[in-house]
Design a binder for this molecule. Structure first.
Ligand SMILES: *Cc1c(COP(=O)(O)O)cnc(C)c1O
Length: 376
C-alpha cells in the first residue's frame, strides 16, 4: 500500500463543484486582482478569527514582514522566535532588516518556551514572534504577559494553526497581528501562493494594505511599498475552502487520535503532546524517536514500505549551512530542545482525506519498526 503525505487532489474532488463555481465566477467577472472576490474573502477570514481586519497578501512570508513593517520593526530592532520552525519565520525577520534572536522551544509542545524569553530580552527587543508549530497554539497568555511587562509587540506566525485554539483563548486575542500562509500544504491552502495579515489594529491593516499595493492607498498616489497581493482566483478558492476548514481540522484530530491511541505503547517513540484545554489542529502529526540515531531508520523503513513520511524540520535554522549568512542573529542561550526536535522528528501522513485503512497501515508499519527498534 502507498500512503501519500498530502491529499490535495482528493480535497479538490470532494468540493469540486464549489471551487469550480467560485473560479468560474471570477473568470467571468473580469476582475482578477484587487477585485470583489478578494474583498469577500478578507471579510470572511476576519470574521472567522472574530477579528476586525484581514488583508490578503502574496504569501505567508510577506504577511510576516509586512506586519513587521507596519509595526515599525526594522534594523535597530530584535525579534525573538524559536530555531525549530519553518525557515520563513527567520527569513521574514531578516527581510525586515531586524535581528533574529532564537530562544529554545518547549520540549513537549515544540512552541516558543515563555520561561526562556525574558533572559533574551535586551533594550533593542521590539517583538516576540511565536509560531503555532505543527498546528498547536503557543502559550499566548504567558507570551503576552511578558510582552506587556517589556512593552513589546507580539506577531503570531500562524501559517500552521488556522482554526487552532488555546486554553480559553483564540488566535489573535493576545497579539498585534496574526500572519497566515495559504500555500497548498497548509491546513487552508489555495492553488498557488497566498497569505494574510489579520489584526484588530486599524493602523496595521491600513499600512499593510498600502504596502502590498505599491504603497498606494488612493488611486495614482504612492509611497514606496511592494507588490504582494492575494489574487482574486486564489481568494475565491479560499472562500470555498474556508467553509470546510473546521470539519477538515476535526478530521485531522480524528486521525491524530487514532495514531496516538494505537502508538501509545511504542516505546521507542514520543508522541505529540496536546496541552490541556488546547485545540491542536495537527497541521503535522510529528512523533519523535527517543534516540536520535533511530530517526533515519524509522524514516527509511516507512519510505521503503510506501509511506511518505517526512521530517519537519530536520535542520534547525542556526544549523543550516552558512548560518547566519551575514544576517543579524543571536542565540543567547543553548537551544537544546530545538536541536533535539530537529534530530528526532518524523511527520506521519496527516491530512483530512486520509482513510482508516491508510492510517491503520501506517500504524502497523510504525509498530513493526518499533518491535525491532530495541535491537538497532
Ligand atoms: C509555510 C510557513 C511560512 C511561510 O509561508 P509561505 O506562504 O511559504 O511564504 C512561515 N512560517 C511557517 C511556520 C510556515 O510553516
Amino acid at each position: 500500500m502507498n500512503v501519500s503525505f498530502y491529499g490535495h487532489v482528493r480535497q479538490y474532488h470532494n468540493i469540486q463543484t464549489e471551487i469550480d463555481s467560485n473560479i468560474h465566477e471570477v473568470l467571468e467577472s473580469g476582475q482578477y486582482v484587487m477585485g470583489p472576490a478578494l474583498k469577500r474573502f478578507e471579510k470572511e477570514f476576519a470574521e472567522y478569527h472574530g477579528m476586525k481586519y484581514a488583508c490578503g497578501v502574496g504569501n505567508g512570508t510577506d504577511a510576516l514582514w509586512l506586519a513587521f513593517q507596519a509595526l515599525g520593526i526594522g534594523p535597530a530592532d530584535e525579534c525573538i522566535t524559536t530555531a525549530n520552525t519553518f525557515f520563513a519565520t527567520a527569513e521574514a525577520i531578516w527581510i525586515a532588516g531586524a535581528t533574529a534572536v532564537f530562544v529554545d522551544s518547549d520540549p513537549r509542545t515544540h512552541c516558543l518556551d515563555p520561561s526562556r524569553i525574558e533572559a533574551a530580552i535586551t533594550p533593542r527587543t521590539k517583538a516576540l514572534v511565536p509560531v503555532h508549530l505543527y498546528g498547536q497554539c503557543a502559550d499566548m497568555k504567558a507570551i503576552r504577559a511578558i510582552a506587556d511587562r517589556h512593552q513589546l509587540f507580539v506577531i503570531e506566525d500562524n501559517a500552521q494553526g488556522i482554526g487552532a485554539r488555546g486554553d480559553g483563548f483564540h488566535i489573535g486575542e493576545w497579539s498585534d497581528a496574526v500572519c497566515t500562509s495559504f500555500i497548498i500544504q497548509k491546513n487552508l491552502g489555495c492553488f498557488g501562493d497566498g497569505g494574510a495579515v489579520v489584526t484588530n489594529h486599524e493602523n496595521v491593516d491600513r499600512v499593510v494594505r498600502q504596502l502590498r499595493n505599491h504603497g498606494s492607498a488612493k488611486r495614482s498616489c504612492h509611497s514606496p511599498g511592494y507588490n504582494s497581493r492575494l489574487d482574486d482566483l486564489q481568494a475565491a478558492v479560499l472562500s470555498a475552502k474556508l467553509k470546510h476548514i473546521d470539519d477538515w481540522n476535526a478530521l485531522r484530530r480524528k486521525w491524530a487520535a487514532r495514531y496516538s491511541a494505537c502508538l501509545h505503547d511504542a516505546a521507542a517513540l514520543t508522541l505529540p503532546y496536546e496541552a490541556p484545554g488546547y485545540y491542536h489542529v495537527y497541521h503535522l502529526y510529528v512523533v519523535e524517536t527517543k534516540k536520535p540515531q533511530h530517526r533515519d531508520s524509522l524514516l527509511g523503513f516507512l519510505n521503503e514500505n510506501g509511506i511518505d513520511a517526512k521530517c519537519h524540520y530536520p535542520i534547525a535554522i542556526h544549523q543550516q549551512e552558512g548560518y547566519p549568512w551575514g544576517k543579524p542573529a543571536r542565540i543567547p542561550e543553548p537551544v537544546a530542545n530545538s536541536e533535539r526536535n530537529a534530530a528526532c522528528c518524523i511527520s506521519l501522513p496527516m491530512f483530512p482525506e486520509l482513510t482508516a485503512e491508510e492510517v491503520d497501515y501506517v500504524i502497523g508499519k510504525v509498530l513493526e519498526w518499533n518491535q525491532s527498534a530495541g535491537v538497532l
